[in-house]
Each structure stands twice: as structure tokens, then as C-alpha cells.
Design a protein around this ligand. Structure first.
Ligand SMILES: [Zn+2]
Ligand SMILES: [Zn+2]
Length: 245
């Protein structure tokens, strides 16, 4: 399935060459880490999608928290609601999951299980300083081939390098608490050339942000204006990649 709609969404936004022969607009709001009431968010998927649309989002991923207890409950429901709703929205909505507080040794099997159940964006809940996440979670998520390590806290340069080599995206987060280590991540990722994305980790309507706010958060993490555009473009690139698989 090809999710991306190269020109319709562009309007007055700049267009640039993404991959050979493919030009897309990149100045669009994309959020690949969002929660609904299928885990600890407060909105139905349908309402979250509608609210994101009205905020100017062009694409989002529903990535509710999962562990061994609920993965087979949550992901099929996300897949179903997206299947039924996609015909009636211009938003690209991607089924996903966030593997959360799972012991590192179990992360590989959970990443595989999530994909088998239909998750196209697999996030591993990284070692945020706001929660007591098990040490080794960032590394396990990268080695397991997750698409994104969310809020990876004081991630080591070695893990950032490994993420770069494996093509795993690392998350700059808009979320309070998780965001205190954004500057640390931005610095190492820019030095190594690792892939960064920005997400909100939304749980409630007030967590949704505009594109301008996303830019501001990136700038506040020590990222230059030029790199800001590239980081926003990375989410689109990720969507394009999964759409082709
Ligand atoms: Zn949560
Ligand atoms: Zn989350």
C-alpha cells in the first residue's frame, strides 16, 4: 500500500527531491506516536483522527501502549478502525504500537508479534528519564528493528550509532517530562547522522501541536532551522518506506 500522496498535500509548500525521481513536500505535520483509549489515551481513534485533521495534520500513527497482555487486543482494533475510516479521510493514518516496559530480552519477539498483527510503525518506549524504564531497552529496541525508539533519555553514543546503522529513528518528543533529554539526543544524533523524528506522544486533545510548535521544539533542542526541515521530512520518508513494504 502506498500511503503517500505526493502533490495533493503540497499546496504552497516547498517541494524537494526525496529519492531519485520522487519529489514530495515536507512542510507538513506528521506525528508517528499517539495514544487512544485503547491504552491510556483519552480519545477514541476516530476522534483523535478528526482532531488531528482539524489541527492541520497530514499523517499520523496510532501507537498505543502494548505488552504481552494486550497486544492481540489493541493492534487488530487499530487496524480495523483505520481500514474502515481511511476511505473517508484525507489523512494518512498508520496502524502501530508502542512496546512499553517490556523486559529487554522480550522486545525482539514483541516487535515481531506487533508486525505480524498488522502494526506498520513499531515504536519501542525508550529509556525516558521520566519513568524507570529497564536499562538496555534502547539497545534492545534498536537491535530488534523497531521503526522508532521514543524518548530515549540519555541514550549512549554507541546506541545512537547503532540506530544510524540499522536505520532506526530516534525521537525528539514534545511531551513534558520526556522532553528534558531532547538536547542530549539532538547533539549526538546530529554528530553521528542518525535519523531523528519529532512526535507528540499525545494522550489527550491538548497534546496535539501545530507544525510551528514542532519547529519550535526542534529549535529549542539545539537544532538549526535548516536541520529542522530535514527532521520533519524524516517522518514523511518513514511513511513512504513503510508504504512500499
Ligand atoms: Zn502513555
Ligand atoms: Zn507513548
Amino acid at each position: 500500500m502506498l500511503y503517500h500522496n505526493p502533490y495533493d498535500a503540497c499546496q504552497d509548500s516547498p517541494v524537494f527531491d526525496f529519492w531519485p525521481g520522487i519529489s514530495v513536500c515536507y512542510i507538513v505535520m506528521i506525528d508517528l506516536h499517539m495514544h487512544t483509549l485503547l491504552s491510556d489515551g483519552v480519545l477514541l481513534p476516530s476522534e483523535l483522527i478528526q482532531r488531528a485533521y482539524s489541527m492541520g495534520y497530514r499523517a499520523l500513527a496510532l501507537t498505543d501502549h502494548v505488552d504481552m497482555s494486550n497486544i492481540d487486543f489493541v493492534i487488530p482494533r487499530i487496524v480495523n478502525v483505520i481500514r474502515e475510516i481511511s476511505e473517508f479521510t484525507t489523512l494518512t493514518v498508520i496502524p502501530g504500537a508502542e512496546i512499553t516496559h517490556v523486559p529487554p530480552k522480550l522486545i525482539p519477539i514483541m516487535v515481531k508479534r506487533a508486525r505480524d498483527l498488522g502494526a506498520k510503525i513499531v515504536v519501542v518506549h525508550g529509556e525516558t528519564l521520566a519513568e524507570p524504564v529497564a536499562a538496555g531497552t534502547n539497545r534492545a529496541g534498536i537491535e530488534a528493528g523497531a521503526d522508532i525508539i521514543s524518548h530515549p533519555g540519555l541514550i549512549s553514543p554507541e546506541d545512537v550509532m547503532l540506530a544510524k546503522e540499522r536505520g532506526v529513528a530516534l525521537e525528539i518528543t514534545a511531551r513534558k517530562g520526556h522532553s528534558i533529554s531532547n538536547g542530549h539526543l539532538a547533539k549526538i544524533a546530529l554528530e553521528t547522522g542518525a535519523l531523528l523524528v519529532i512526535n507528540t506522544d499525545s494522550h489527550a486533545p491538548e497534546d496535539l501541536i501545530t507544525l510551528e510548535r514542532a519547529r519550535m521544539i526542534l529549535r529549542a533542542s539545539g537544532i538549526t532551522e535548516k536541520n529542522t526541515d530535514h527532521i520533519i521530512a524524516n517522518s514523511e520518508k518513514l511513511i513512504y518506506k513503510i508504504g512500499r513494504n
